[in-house]
Design a protein around this ligand. Structure first.
Ligand code: HC1
Length: 589
């Protein structure tokens, strides 16, 4: 422990902490802009300056380690005036047209300007705002350089969390800017559309491309039947955007709100998450048979999950020779879209061209995924508009709904029923756990004992996790798997995907099945989730996801009655002809 004083009060601080962390421990807030708990220390915005007695300069609290005997002032006149000047300078370079800004009301710079009452315009003419670029070509992300404060959180996010390095710093001095390879549009570079840069940006220099007006117009059109699906992780994030604490599950209220907004049918992506498990599980078992029994060398293992569109874009760019490892399953979002304009349209006697298919996702890459040329197998665009969790909250606010007063309501039927296995798709390891619950029963013919339904080895927050299950006494059809140790791995955050894929490329990975999710924590930490997102918040959302699973009566995908009905009435069998046409795809180099 170190003995120090903060603002004249003696304190004991554990060694190794920064001044920022020490102050936080004492309940003192020091403002920051470039600092983020997910990222390495940068110390480049200087908003967190403090006085350390005996030093004749101010120190950045985020980048200064505590030392024995330090006397720190976090709120002296000198500190306050310096911070104020720094904020004024940032504002002078910033397009501070706050009322027209997408992040109006949730902007860290705006909050600081308000707290420090920046009323003067001393530096307004210092750096005339001109020659900036707004890149709106991507279907997922808008990059507006006029809003950038050059804190470089996006650059560090793209490098440290995702290992993609799509964004970088170019030029020096007042020419310095955050840009891309050869200043190309985000659409044309290695950007995976994951939106982690959006989640970590303190202002609106990076935001999602929103489709709010398009969805309102569809709802208002009496000739359109507007169907909405909601992703697993939205239900544990949405509340934060509407004033509730992280970790609050709002499934029923969210469904109620969507009905009040005027959607004709409120359905669940979890339904097709269950379907994914049946299709993907069957695909895995088929691949195992081909490799282990038929010695078919054209079949590739390990099989990798394919539901995270940021991960798909990443493997396309970085490991194109391994596209064969991807499961051919489309993501649950896209399976849903393809079924809505075929199975659902038939059952409801609707013309598919009159259906508008909207999805609410915790993800910005899902917007890109819906635009992909592969995603038209219904004969139409399978998913028309993708809104993030944040955009849904905007719809709810615009409609004037008092979210907390809404009585929980159930999803509509036909593609609205789901299992606990589907809900946990939203957390890292969830797809693997859901798959194992079903695969175990298919292969052994025995039920997973209730007390073993939580497959804890695949849970957790470590970036890469491994688990194996020894198969014993399988049923006759799967007898070749007797004694086989099924080896699985899980990676979340693309920087971890890189490590696993490097071992696949090197031939040193002996896994059979790998779950990849582009975002830290899985979809619950997606780029479309409420801002801020940090490790503590992700942990709360994760607990909420697993609690939702535990509270459901059906916790295995193959027990979902609507899935059984779908196979009976429409698909006939997993990996069958209809499935092949609507639910599977192949990504090409
Ligand atoms: Fe996800 Fe998925 S879990 S990818 O993380 O497989 O976005 O939530 O919707 O499609 O179901 C996201 C979440 C989501 C798909 C499912």
């Amino acid at each position: 422990k170190l003995n120090m004083t903060i603002n004249g009060l003696p304190v004991e601080i554990s060694a190794g902490k920064t001044i920022l962390e020490a102050a936080e421990e004492q309940g003192l807030k020091i403002p920051t802009l470039c600092h983020h708990k997910d990222l390495c220390v940068a110390g480049n915005c200087r908003v967190c300056v403090v006085e350390v007695t005996g030093q004749n300069r101010l120190s950045a609290a985020c980048a200064t380690p505590c030392e024995e005997g330090m006397e720190i002032l976090t709120n002296s006149l000198k500190v306050r005036n310096s911070r104020k000047q720094i904020i004024e300078l940032l504002l002078a370079e910033h397009n501070a047209d706050c009322t027209k800004c997408y992040r109006n009301g949730n902007c860290e710079l705006q909050t600081l300007a308000s707290e420090y009452k920046i009323m003067t315009q001393d530096f307004l003419e210092l750096v005339p705002l001109k020659n900036y670029t707004i890149d709106a070509f991507s279907p997922s992300i808008i990059k507006d350089d006029s809003k950038c404060i050059k804190c470089q959180r996006c650059v560090r996010t793209c490098a440290e969390l995702q290992g993609v390095n799509a964004l970088t710093v170019a030029h020096k001095g007042d020419q310095m800017k955050i840009t891309t390879f050869f200043e190309k549009a985000m659409r044309d570079i290695v950007c995976t559309n994951c939106g982690q840069c959006v989640n970590h940006c303190p202002t609106s220099a990076l935001v999602e491309k929103n489709y709010i007006e398009e969805v309102w117009e569809a709802i208002a059109n009496p000739n359109k039947h507007v169907v909405v699906q909601t992703a697993p992780a939205v239900r544990v994030g949405l509340g934060e955007e509407l004033g509730l604490k992280p970790g609050k599950r709002v499934t029923g209220q969210m469904v109620a709100a969507l009905k009040r907004l005027g959607f004709d049918s409120v359905l669940d992506t979890d339904f097709t998450a269950d379907l994914t498990i049946i299709e993907e599980g069957t695909e895995l078992l088929t691949r195992l048979k081909k490799v282990l029994v038929e010695k078919d060398e054209s079949v590739t293992l390990p099989m990798a999950t394919s539901c995270s569109p940021g991960w798909i874009k990443y493997i396309e760019h970085m490991y194109p020779e391994h596209l064969e490892n991807l499961s051919t399953c489309k993501s649950p979002q896209q399976m849903f879209g393809a079924l809505v304009k075929t199975y659902y349209a038939n059952a409801r006697n609707l013309e598919p061209e009159n259906i508008v298919s909207v999805s609410i996702m915790p993800c910005t890459a899902k917007k890109y995924e819906a635009f992909r040329p592969e995603m038209h197998d219904s004969g139409y665009r399978d998913v028309d508009y993708v809104l993030t969790t944040r955009e849904l909250a905007i719809l709810i606010k615009q409609a004037g709904l008092d979210f907390n007063k809404l009585e929980p309501v159930k999803y509509d039927r036909l593609m609205g029923e789901s299992s606990g296995a589907a809900v946990i798709f939203g957390a890292t390891g969830g797809v693997m756990e859901a798959a194992l619950r079903t695969a175990y029963e298919i292969v052994t013919g025995r039920e997973v004992p209730f007390e073993n339904l939580n497959i804890t080895p695949v849970r957790g927050i470590d970036g890469i996790r491994e688990a194996s299950i020894k198969i014993e006494n399988p049923v006759k059809e799967w007898a070749f798997l007797d004694g086989v140790e099924l080896k699985c791995a899980i990676a979340h955050g693309l920087v971890n995907a890189k490590t696993v894929m490097d071992s696949v490329r090197a031939g040193t990975a002996d896994y059979h099945f790998i779950e990849f999710m582009a975002c830290p924590g899985g979809c619950l930490g997606g780029g479309g989730q409420p801002i801020p997102t940090n490790p503590e918040i992700r942990q709360k959302r994760s607990e909420a996801i697993y609690a939702e699973d535990e509270g459901l009566l059906i916790r295995k995908s193959h027990e979902n009655p609507e899935i059984k009905k779908l196979y009976k009435d429409f698909l006939k069998e997993p990996l069958g002809e209809v499935s092949h046409h609507l639910l599977h795809t192949q990504y090409t180099k």
